[in-house]
Ligand binder design. Structure first.
Ligand code: FAD
Length: 309
């Protein structure tokens, strides 16, 4: 058995999700090789080589790999796939595009968004928006797996001394071309990597009122999140949405203001370590998952909290 893990990075730094996926890969119980692909990513490969429990790093550099195009990345993975019993990646937008292609080319099923490794061929994954946990056994010769990073602790970024081996980048695929990236810029931490998140829902009432949520987030060095109702109402951009159809998060602290706690929202945040909810309705379902609940008006509580902090 041998596992290949595809690293998530931004070209210069390893994403924390890779460290969590490494834990999952190590739990499979085989040697773990990490594939680092990009245009100029030697520094990332060197950083991966230092991570605890990594046996080998494959470094693939080339223009065809510069922008995470799934067509090229899946081609690269296929060029080494026969050496591995497990091919894993953190569940993210790139792997959701790439891994099904790899699974299809290998003619195997994909195990998506696993939250636990029970053995080398048995895994758990949430279904029905996290209302049930499925235990899935794969009989496929190669297991193609995406990992829900929030469900696994991160490995240490030191203690390893893996070798870095260069492999060839594939030719650029002719029918898909990268045009441009439109990235939202924020001084605040990225939602899925944040240790603290302050979220607002429909109860916040308007885009202007979201300044109250942002003020508390800035006091705490936290990321800002939102419910889908807040996003659909145009209060904030949709990349801040937490939930089944948004981002899945599990920070140390999740604070929810004016969020009712619909099951689709809970699916994205209920694994947070400490949940604080403020809602004027004492029967709001969010209180069922909250460690600390306050029945109150967010327009009074938010400014007071921000001031007292
Ligand atoms: P509401 O349910 O309207 O709740 C607003 C809350 O604010 C209420 O509890 C109210 O008491 C409180 N409130 C109002 N004023 C104040 C005040 N002054 N002070 C304190 N509290 C106040 N939702 C998500 O969030 N993320 C998803 O990813 C997601 N995916 C979905 C996928 C599908 C297929 C479907 C069908 C739905 C999805 N939803 C998702 C929507 C979800 O069902 C809910 O509609 C949504 O989460 C509700 O958002 P909310 O809690 O902000 O709004």
């Amino acid at each position: 058995m041998a596992t290949l893990l595809i690293a998530e990075h931004n070209g210069t730094e390893l994403a924390p999700a890779t460290l969590s996926a490494l834990t999952a890969a190590q739990q499979v119980g085989s040697d773990v090789t990490v594939l680092v692909a990009g245009a100029d990513v030697k520094a990332v490969a060197d950083a991966v080589a230092q991570c605890a429990g990594v046996s080998k790093v494959l470094l693939a550099e080339g223009d065809s790999l510069a922008h995470d195009l799934a067509e090229n990345l899946s081609e690269l993975v296929m060029s080494v796939a026969s050496d591995y019993s497990h091919i894993m990646a953190p569940a993210n937008s790139v792997s959701k595009d790439t891994m099904p292609r790899v699974a299809a080319m290998l003619d195997v099923g994909q195990l998506s968004d696993i939250t636990a490794v029970l053995s080398s061929d048995q895994f758990q994954r949430p279904i029905y928006a996290g209302n049930a946990i499925a235990t899935v056994t794969s009989k496929d010769a190669t297991k193609v797996i995406t990992v829900r990073a929030a469900a696994f602790d991160k490995v240490a970024t030191t203690g390893g001394s893996a070798t870095v081996e260069s492999i060839s980048a594939p030719e650029a695929n002719s029918h898909t071309a990268w045009v441009n990236d439109e990235l939202s810029k924020s001084e605040r931490p990225e939602l899925t990597a944040a240790e603290r998140i302050v979220s607002g829902g429909r109860g916040v009432g308007s885009a202007e009122n979201f300044a109250l949520v942002e003020a508390l987030a800035d006091k705490l060095g936290a990321a800002v999140g939102a419910s889908r109702a807040a996003v659909d109402s145009g209060f904030v951009a949709n990349d801040l949405q937490v939930g089944q159809t948004g981002k899945i998060v599990a920070p140390s602290l999740y604070m929810a203001f004016g969020i009712s706690g619909a099951i689709q929202h809970l699916a994205g945040m209920k694994d947070s370590k400490v949940i604080v909810a403020v809602n004027k309705d004492e029967d709001a379902p969010i209180f069922q998952v909250a460690d600390y609940g306050l029945v109150g008006d967010l327009f009074e509580v938010l400014p007071e909290m921000t001031e007292k902090l």
